[in-house]
Design a binder for this molecule. Structure first.
Ligand SMILES: [Zn+2]
Length: 236
């Protein structure tokens, strides 16, 4: 299997909230896109890991993913140790993504920044010839950090105006999390509230590049520009 883009996230439904629109947009351009969730949300108040994985499969269809997988690492106690790092590195060798999307490296939820660290280190390990005798070395060319939940200036924003509604549809595939269940009611906002919040966030980032809805990303490297006359986004 060889993917053009692979998004790696800690929990099923993280991708739908942070970079799902970008994945859909890339799928529409003919790229093979994939999502790898590290945990199945086994510490979640609502739903079971089996349900979460089933829901993530349904969301994968809505997002036109070519592949989706779950490593079933322990939720809420994700650790960056040799075993999960190796498992992830071997998975990256199998999937051979050119571009990898990771969560931004600072976050409130420990799983999110651990996932970022694990993903970054696994991308490096995956390129080592002697890592594992049963798989071919592969080091992703590009790593993007999805920064939607971090209060940092994005390096660039992807216009997801055409994908936003379908991204909400993908998120609401997680009926155990966003349905009308009563467990943990005080902890969970309603669907309308979630749509409102995510709409406001996507609107904010879209506004930065002069479109309706956007998803922000950070890259560590400088970005190359071919034609300074054709550069988009009006100066302020
Ligand atoms: Zn999460």
């Amino acid at each position: 299997m060889s993917l053009d883009v692979l998004a790696i996230a800690a929990h099923p439904d993280d991708i739908e909230q942070t970079c799902g629109g970008t994945l859909m947009r890339m799928a529409a351009r003919g790229y093979r896109t994939g999502a790898l969730d590290l945990t199945a949300g086994d510490m979640g108040t609502r739903g079971t890991p089996e349900q979460r994985v089933e829901e993530s499969e349904a969301a994968a269809k809505v997002m036109d993913l070519a592949w989706r997988g779950n490593l079933h690492f322990p939720d809420a106690r994700l650790e960056n140790t040799i075993a999960p790092r190796m498992t992830l590195a071997v998975k990256i060798r199998e999937l051979q993504p050119r571009t990898v999307i990771l969560p931004y490296w600072e976050a409130r939820h420990p799983d999110h920044y651990r996932c970022s660290e694990l993903g970054f280190e696994a991308c490096f390990l995956a390129g080592l010839k002697k890592l594992d005798p049963y798989s071919e070395p592969h080091r992703p060319f590009k790593i993007l950090y999805s920064s939607l939940y971090a209060d940092v200036k994005p390096s660039f924003v992807v216009d997801i105006s055409a994908e936003f509604e379908r991204r909400m549809e993908a998120l609401f595939c997680y009926a155990s999390q966003y349905g009308s269940a009563t467990e943990g009611d005080r902890l969970f906002p309603t669907q309308a509230e979630i749509r409102d919040r995510l709409g406001a966030i996507a609107r904010f980032y879209g506004n930065l590049i002069g479109v309706k809805y956007g998803e922000p990303f950070v890259v560590k490297e400088a970005m190359a520009v071919e034609d300074i006359v054709a550069m988009p986004v009006r100066s302020i």
